[in-house]
Ligand binder design. Structure first.
Ligand SMILES: [Zn+2]
Length: 248
């Protein structure tokens, strides 16, 4: 019994009465059908059967941990594009070795000076803020020299940033690109602006080595041929592509 169905006058989800779930958790509550997720994923997989492919779930759709864990168990990858999304993906058990953060991670700390090359997980840090003064009650400290610690995120003109963690991720990403060197790649870039152009430059460098790039951006859609720019919001642009493909 999959999905949401009526049974003997009761709404059920995957066979369990919704009233029973609401009684156990209280309301409001969001209820997702694992069976429908499995069915949708199987349908997507079947549609690409015969082509080498990987399905990555976009966390911006819904980053609920239970949903993420289900998808991870079903073997999908994760498409995570902000510190919060990446944190949720890691908490759900997606493989950190397949992560590429362009400007470092707010969830990792380093020494401000820096006194050495250490980068450590910020999970144990609680920078609690006194809301009457908007000041942190405690500043994270470097365990080596006792100086102030800072997020391992690259800022403008940032000579103190320790790039090692990001460099290792970049090397793994380069390895991935090497693995797919002979494949026909399509890059669909969504909402990457010109103010900080790292993502656009990445798309363009892939385009220069043979990938087809589709740039969807409401104002900054420009890209030279043979690539394609679409002046639209991300969802609007993707829907237009879907409609064009469906129309044949
Ligand atoms: Zn230090």
């Amino acid at each position: 019994m999959s999905g949401f169905t009526w049974r003997e006058g009761q709404l059920t989800c995957d066979g369990t009465p919704v009233a029973e779930i609401a009684g156990a958790t209280g309301t409001p509550v969001y209820i997702y059908s694992a069976a429908l997720v499995r069915e949708a994923l199987a349908a997507l997989g079947a549609a690409f059967e015969g082509y080498p492919h990987a399905i990555h779930y976009a966390l911006k759709a819904n980053s609920t941990l239970a949903v993420l864990r289900l998808l991870r168990d079903l073997g999908t990858g994760a498409d995570a594009n902000s510190g919060g999304e990446i944190e949720a993906a890691l908490r759900a058990g997606f493989d950190p070795a397949r992560l590429h953060e362009i400007h470092g991670s707010i969830h990792h700390l380093q020494c401000l000076s820096p006194c050495g090359g250490a980068i450590w997980d910020a999970a144990g840090e609680d920078a609690e803020v006194d809301e009457s003064t908007m000041r942190a009650r405690r500043i994270p400290r470097c365990p080596t020299c006792g100086g102030v610690a800072r997020p391992n995120v690259l800022m403008f003109g940032d000579l103190g940033w320790i790039p090692d963690r990001s460099a290792a991720q970049r090397a793994r990403f380069a390895g991935f690109l090497e693995d797919v060197r002979d494949a026909r790649l399509a890059v669909v870039e969504l909402g990457a602006g010109t103010a900080i152009a790292s993502i656009r430059m990445l798309s363009e460098s892939l385009g220069a080595r043979g990938a087809g790039v589709v740039r969807i951006n409401p104002r900054e859609e420009g890209i030279g041929p043979p690539h394609v720019g679409i002046a639209a919001g991300a969802l609007e642009g993707l829907r237009a592509i879907d409609a064009a493909l469906s129309a044949g």
